[in-house]
Design a protein around this ligand. Structure first.
Ligand SMILES: [Zn+2]
Ligand SMILES: [Zn+2]
Ligand SMILES: [Zn+2]
Length: 186
């Protein structure tokens, strides 16, 4: 079942990334930061477990609120594939939304739009969602990937579009003020 919508925007756009981090302050207290400056973070706390739980939830919320865009560039590639320095690859395939989290360090949660080729090479990455393919790509039918047909909308979020995933068309506010030459006109 492939209904290919002729998307008007075939332009490639940079892959997005959100990074949520636990930052320590001295010995006992820590806080959470998010790469999105507008996000509200809890105050500094000594309860690392609570902060970690918050950070994990926060990263998941960013992933849920964002829709994977089929025309996004691989974020991994934009970082020169530093996440998998040992394996050189050529970015290809569908765009995936992944969550990276090192279970040993347990300090950083990264949600990123990356390509299908990089995703399995990135350590500690979990695929959260997959974009519809922008174009037909030959794929071996033998690969048995239980690919989710579409990212299911989790409870609590009515629809990703309602959360501002799709930006409204930018309205040009600046009216071009016609330069009126002095001396001319009337
Ligand atoms: Zn955030
Ligand atoms: Zn890569
Ligand atoms: Zn890639």
């Amino acid at each position: 079942m492939t209904t290919v919508h002729s998307e008007p925007s075939t332009e490639r756009i940079p892959g997005r990334a959100w990074t949520v981090r636990i930052v320590g302050h001295g010995r006992s207290s820590a806080s959470v930061t998010c790469s999105t400056a507008a996000c509200r973070m809890p105050p500094r706390s000594e309860d690392l477990a609570v902060l970690r739980a918050f950070a994990a939830r926060h990263a998941a919320a960013h992933a849920k609120a964002a829709t994977v865009r089929p025309n996004a560039w691989c974020h991994c590639r934009s970082q020169r594939c530093g996440a998998h320095p040992d394996v050189k690859t050529h970015c290809a395939g569908a765009v995936l939304m992944i969550l990276r989290h090192d279970p040993v360090m347990r300090r950083v949660w990264s949600v990123e739009e990356v390509c299908e080729t990089c995703a399995p090479l990135i350590p500690n990455a979990t695929v959260l969602a997959r974009a519809e393919r922008p174009r037909r790509t030959p794929e071996r039918p033998t690969t048995q990937t239980p690919a989710p047909a579409r990212p299911s909308i989790a409870g609590g979020f009515s629809s990703p579009a309602a959360l501002g995933a799709g930006d409204p068309a930018p309205v040009r506010r600046s009216r071009r003020s016609r330069p009126r030459r002095p001396g001319q006109g009337r």
